[in-house]
Design a protein around this ligand. Structure first.
Ligand code: ISL
Ligand code: CA
Length: 536
């Protein structure tokens, strides 16, 4: 690697504003709330905050449907609050990146409202046709809806019409928006579904695919050209980076987006490790298979130029419930996932609440769920005569609301004094920031130690990754450079396991507080970081 960039050394903390901290007790998280928790974020040791959308929005998809890119959603506060947040973050040495949602806007954006008139110049900002094609939406069902006598394309909800990236005016508008925020002092963007923004054709898709039509908009040359332009005309003028959210990409497709010579994005979120426990799509899941998961991770570690490493986010269920054990081995498995998250090669991302091992929600019925996707899928499944029990099982396994329950600050919640917009998990009684802070052996304090450890060991940033063992639910890899070598060993199961290879060296971090491994037995969900090597 040439010289290491700040966003390669840095650790990112994702805040989902609606669920982080409410400051005025209307039950909705807000910017003042975030400001009041900046010290907490700073103490964790992270360097960068990724703020999920805070722009004006009717909230059909919790802000991923933007009605004004230059305004703050009044539910979250004002532009003054946002300026203050940037300033207060800066004071603490924290940089902020924002979400850039440019595949679509809200149907309540003035551009779309004007676009309903055929002779408006805004008509061509979106994609209108006399007849729909057979494409399906990410949220299920047709990707087209009708207004008057024509149809418009929406790859997500019908309140999220897709922008027409063939129109140079759209490019100009988006560039202005990016300049506006970067000038305010933010340091980059997380680019929402960025690899599907360019539609090469509107021909019918091949049948039978989960996303019918995908071959006409996924990873198109036109998208690469757009990214090159945004990089050259906008990003290159600031000290900022981009992380693309890239659905359904292979390692090669990712490298085409992030290789430094191509000058497009800086890193991408891949999805393959999030798909190891699903059959054809996220609504049909199988038992989690750690061996499959570690091999996928290893493939990306060795193949991709630079990874954005994450275990969970606002679209995924909680990692400790999904890849660990959120009851008997709650602490152990959360710490094990933390260790992997922070010792892989790439920029680590931590989602709010992950650092205290927040679990999936304890929802009782569809009334408890708020996500537009969950409700839409439930309706479609109902029409297909899926029994209620099966539909609920799908929701409990995959609803995005599992990640979106309010942050658990203390034993009664601490998120709001009002009625929270989404149910707070009853386990806030035991899983909360307050008691984590007090307990030296807590998940939170383990995260703090790991974050500091990563800062103290540059090999974790610039070192190469090499898998050493990926079987029998045991994941062993090393990170190494010319001067240093660190081994990471994780038992991803609830069983005792014999250490599969002979290892020597000094234990630097372990979640079971052991001083040596002479017994050669790995405890359930044990994870150890060792400075040393393997003996053959
Ligand atoms: O969670 C998913 C649906 O099953 C994903 O496919 C998700 O829709 C996809 O990762 C795109 O996500 C992003 O764009 C969406 C928004 O709803 C998500 O919250 C956002 O992360 C549309 O803007
Ligand atoms: Ca509020």
């Amino acid at each position: 690697m040439e010289t290491t960039k700040w966003w390669q050394k840095g650790i990112v903390y994702q805040i989902y504003p609606r669920s982080f901290q409410d400051s005025n007790d209307d039950g909705i998280g807000d910017l003042k709330g975030i400001i009041s928790r900046l010290d907490y974020v700073k103490e964790l040791g992270v360097d960068i905050i990724w703020l999920s959308p805070v722009y004006a929005s009717p909230n059909d998809d919790n802000g991923y449907d933007i009605s004004d890119y230059y305004q703050i959603n009044p539910e979250y506060g004002t532009m003054e609050d946002m300026d203050l947040l940037i300033q207060e973050a800066k004071k603490r040495g924290l940089k902020i990146i924002m979400d850039l949602v440019i595949n679509h806007t809200s149907d309540e954006h003035p551009w779309f409202i004007a676009s309903k008139h055929k002779d408006s110049k805004y008509r061509d900002y979106y994609i209108w046709q006399k007849e729909p094609n057979n494409w399906t939406s990410f949220f299920g069902g047709s990707a087209w809806d009708k207004i008057d006598d024509e149809y418009y394309l929406h790859l997500f909800s019908k309140k999220q019409p897709d922008l027409n990236w063939h129109n140079p005016d759209v490019m100009k508008e988006i560039q202005d928006i990016m300049h506006f925020w970067l000038k305010k002092g933010i340091h980059g963007f997380r680019c929402d579904v960025i690899n599907i923004i360019y539609k090469s054709s509107l021909a019918n898709g091949k049948k039978k695919m989960v996303l019918v039509g995908k071959e006409h908009y996924h990873s198109q040359e036109g998208c690469h050209n757009i990214l090159k332009t945004l990089r050259k005309d906008v990003m290159d003028h600031y000290d900022a980076f981009t992380v693309g959210e890239t659905v359904l990409v292979s390692v090669d497709q990712a490298n085409d987006l992030i290789h430094p010579d191509r000058r497009e994005l800086d890193m991408v979120f891949s999805f393959e490790h999030m798909e190891t426990d699903q059959i054809s799509n996220k609504w049909f899941r199988t038992k989690f298979n750690p061996n499959k998961w570690m091999r996928v991770i290893s493939k990306w570690q060795t193949g991709a130029y630079w990874n954005a490493n994450y275990m969970e986010n606002h679209d995924q269920t909680r990692s400790v419930s999904r890849f660990g054990d959120d009851t008997k081995y709650h602490k152990q498995s959360a710490k094990m996932l933390a260790t992997i998250n922070l010792t892989l090669r790439g920029t680590p991302y931590i989602f709010e609440g992950q650092e205290i091992g927040m679990t999936n929600g304890d929802f009782q019925s569809m009334d408890d769920l708020k996500d537009v996707e969950s409700h839409r899928i439930n309706e479609i499944a109902k029409k297909l005569h899926f029994p209620k029990k099966l539909r609920w099982k799908m929701m409990m396994r995959s609803s995005r609301d599992h990640a979106r329950t309010p942050m658990q600050w203390n034993s009664t919640g601490g998120f709001t004094k009002g009625v929270p917009w989404l149910k707070i998990n009853a386990n806030t009684k035991t899983i909360n920031v307050e008691n984590n802070i007090d307990d030296p052996e807590s998940i939170l304090n383990f995260y703090k130690r790991l974050i500091q450890f990563r800062k103290d060991h540059h090999v974790l940033v610039d070192g190469m990754f090499k898998p050493l063992y990926m079987r029998n639910n045991i994941f062993i890899y090393k990170r190494f450079n010319e001067s240093d070598e660190i081994l990471i060993i994780s038992n991803m199961s609830r069983n005792y396991k014999k250490m599969p290879i002979q290892i020597f060296g000094k234990i630097l971090i372990s979640n079971v507080n052991r001083n040596d491994f002479i017994d050669g037995i790995l405890k359930p969900y044990e994870t150890i970081v060792i400075q040393g090597g393997i003996s053959k």
